[in-house]
Design a protein around this ligand. Structure first.
Ligand code: AMP
Ligand code: MN
Ligand code: MN
Ligand code: MN
Length: 278
């Protein structure tokens, strides 16, 4: 079976490797089809594509868009997008716009529990000034020994309801899907197993996504265990969605699943990459 990985991050968002290094690692791990999907930014695609071409692997343009839906943060991956599409770029710029102020507010909220200098600390981990994220805060908090690893930081400081968490309004589901379609891409629900949705919320969400013309769901994702894979295989069948296969790799030593090492899809599902032009 072809080795496919349609979700990973570079230093253009919150990954630890530069786009070319990420692609080299994917190739060394056996990836044959790869999409780079940085958060809310397309800046790594040109280098990644160039490197993939040199190494003989098929490259798909991608992006992971931050969405607010009924008070929850949801990530929608766009695959096969035209990186030169003006409306998509403008849309992503508007989504990124609030990140810096949000980061300052996160820092204030951490200062209120005695953790000072988090904004400046996080900035030292930022690869792209337009894209400060919770991951950058997490790395600094680990450096300062507030927690033993990144996932521990989220559990204690950065997840919803924790002292460093700040509510934020991203774009709407309709905007994200619309920008992706306008740029010729297909829309994929990222790592659905990570959202804290009740069964009825989940049904409403997937109905809304389908009604907007959303095409696919990550069935295999870095954050999914075997039970989640079965669950979202069922969702894919129920809603007539194609399936994606994703490591969501951020960096060596940080991510459980390496880039190019995502598990295969359940065989009866329609692979989303077959809908993408070669
Ligand atoms: P942001 O877009 O600034 O809200 O940051 C979201 C990023 O934080 C995600 O893309 C992940 O890389 C990371 N993240 C979120 N939750 C966790 C978690 N529980 N453990 C590790 N990383 C996480
Ligand atoms: Mn991330
Ligand atoms: Mn995500
Ligand atoms: Mn991701």
């Amino acid at each position: 079976m072809t080795n496919v990985d349609l979700h990973c991050h570079s230093t253009v968002s919150d990954g630890l490797l530069a786009p070319r290094d990420l692609v080299r690692r994917a190739a060394a791990n056996g990836a044959e089809v790869l999409a780079l999907t940085d958060h809310d930014h397309l800046g790594g695609l040109a280098d990644a594509r160039d490197e993939a071409q040199a190494l003989g692997i098929r490259f798909i343009n991608g992006v992971e868009i931050s969405v607010s839906w009924e008070g929850l943060t949801i990530h929608i991956v766009g695959l096969g997008i035209d990186a030169a599409d003006i409306a998509l770029s403008a849309g992503l710029a508007s989504v990124r716009d609030g990140r810096d102020l949000r980061a300052q507010r996160m820092s204030e909220s951490l200062a209120a529990i005695g953790i000072r200098g988090a904004y400046e600390g996080a900035l030292r981990y930022v690869g792209n000034p337009a894209l400060i994220s919770r991951s950058h805060f997490a790395r600094w908090l680990v450096e300062k020994r507030y927690a033993r690893d990144v996932s521990n930081v989220f559990e204690h400081y950065l997840a919803r309801g924790k002292p460093g968490y700040v509510e934020h309004a991203w774009c709407s589901l309709a905007q994200a899907v619309g920008w992706i379609h306008g740029a010729g891409g297909v829309a994929v629900v990222a790592h659905p197993g990570r959202y804290r949705m009740s069964g009825s919320e989940r049904d409403r969400f997937f109905s809304a996504f389908r009604a907007l013309g959303g095409e696919a769901v990550e069935v295999v994702a870095g954050a999914h265990d075997a039970a989640a894979v079965r669950d979202y295989a069922h969702i894919a069948r129920k809603y007539g969605l194609a399936a994606s296969r994703a490591s969501d790799f951020h960096g060596p030593g940080e991510s459980v699943v390496d880039v190019g090492r995502a598990a295969p899809l359940p065989p009866d599902l329609e692979p989303v990459w077959e809908r993408l032009a070669a």
